[in-house]
Design a protein around this ligand. Sequence first.
Ligand SMILES: [Zn+2]
Length: 198
Amino acid sequence: MKNRSLRNRKNLSQIVQMLNAESVGQVCTCKAIIYYIVHDYAPFYKSCTKIGCQKKVIDIGDHYWCNNCNNAIPSPDARYQLKARIQDDTESTLITIFGDEAEELLKHPASELKNLIKSENGIQTIKAIIDEIIGTLIVFEIKISQYNIQSQGRCGFTAYKIFQVDYKLDSHQIQEQIEQVIEASQIFNDTFQAHTPT
Ligand SMILES: [Zn+2]
């Protein structure tokens, strides 16, 4: 089976163009560079501690509540929710990177950064740590949602998974594409010659 980071590889422009009702649920990968972090949002949220839920919890005074589990959550986790602008040669878009994926990129657990908030210059320190990922080339796995179709991609996508760029794998993929083009033009030439009157 093809390496997951190469599956259904598209460029950003192709992804925006494929946003129609039939593409809901389609999973594709794209390789893009992070060029900006949107700092208008808190980089983490308080999340449900139940495995498999991790939804945002509501602060109701003396405790937190998860609407998804219908349960009180005594001490919620801090979970990343990073909004970044990414671009490739064709297009730029917003992407949200959650939880473990963001942690893998930043190499700092969310709880660690969250503890910095109260320290002196904490917010600036957190921003600086997050901004370190600017300029990183990443392979993003995106799953097209109904929401993406409605907003036609303007509100951005969610990164379901991220992969470090494997240059060896990637060059192999390019090689394969070149071979396919050569093959196709060979077939075209053969057909063309077969139909040319002599
Ligand atoms: Zn929950």
